[in-house]
Design a protein around this ligand. Structure first.
Ligand SMILES: [Zn+2]
Length: 206
């Protein structure tokens, strides 16, 4: 039984608690497009961390190296734009933002996920990607009390993530799976040009 069938079966049974068995058969898949013209090895490191973090939530990340791959007709991927600097309309100190209700685009501000001496901070970059991808998969702008989806990471969180990835709260894993079911049911975003008419959600992680 694949994940979708499993989840539908559980929902049909009227259960409010979803059980996600750790098996390949129950894994949802999301395609993420992140262009990397610089071939920066820290980006590869961060992508591996992102994939490992989502595996803990039973989600398989398929990476593509061109935004165009996620903008093809029928595509349902998520596009990450790694911008050199935050745009002027971005909240002060925000490291990234996801266009949650548009469902496609994430902007990450490279200068704010880099070490002070320069160079991407791979663990931090990975956590910011996971946080923003999760917003899009869940389809709502909400935060949790603990873990990856906290509105604000503490100094301890920042230090901890350098050695070991933060975890998802149990509620977040359930909401990711429900959100993915909804995305699959809705089909591709109706307008990929909608980014200027949608309500951005600024990540409050710093
Ligand atoms: Zn957030």
């Amino acid at each position: 039984m694949n994940f979708k069938a499993l989840a539908i079966a559980i929902l049909a049974a009227g259960s409010s608690t979803l059980g996600f068995a750790k098996s390949a058969e129950s894994t949802g898949t999301v395609t993420v497009c992140l262009a990397d013209p610089t071939l920066d090895i820290t980006i590869d490191q961060a992508k591996m961390t992102v994939s490992a973090m989502f595996r803990k939530a039973d989600v398989n990340v398929v990476w593509r190296h061109s935004a165009a791959d996620c903008r093809k007709p029928g595509a349902q991927g998520i596009v990450i734009d790694l911008l050199t600097h935050a745009p002027q309309d971005a909240p002060q100190l925000a490291m990234a933002r996801a266009f949650v209700y548009e469902g496609v685009h994430i902007q990450i501000f490279r200068n704010r996920v880099s070490h002070p001496e320069g160079g991407l901070n791979a663990p931090l970059f990975a956590h910011v990607m996971v946080h923003e991808i999760t917003h899009i998969l869940q389809g709502v702008a909400r935060h949790s009390e603990t873990g990856i989806m906290k509105a604000t990471w503490t100094r301890d969180d920042f230090m901890r993530m350098q050695n070991k990835p933060l975890a998802f709260a149990a509620d977040d894993i359930e909401m990711i799976h429900l959100g993915m079911l909804q995305r699959n049911a809705d089909g591709p975003a109706t307008s990929l040009l909608a980014r200027n008419t949608t309500e951005p959600h600024a990540a409050e992680t710093r």
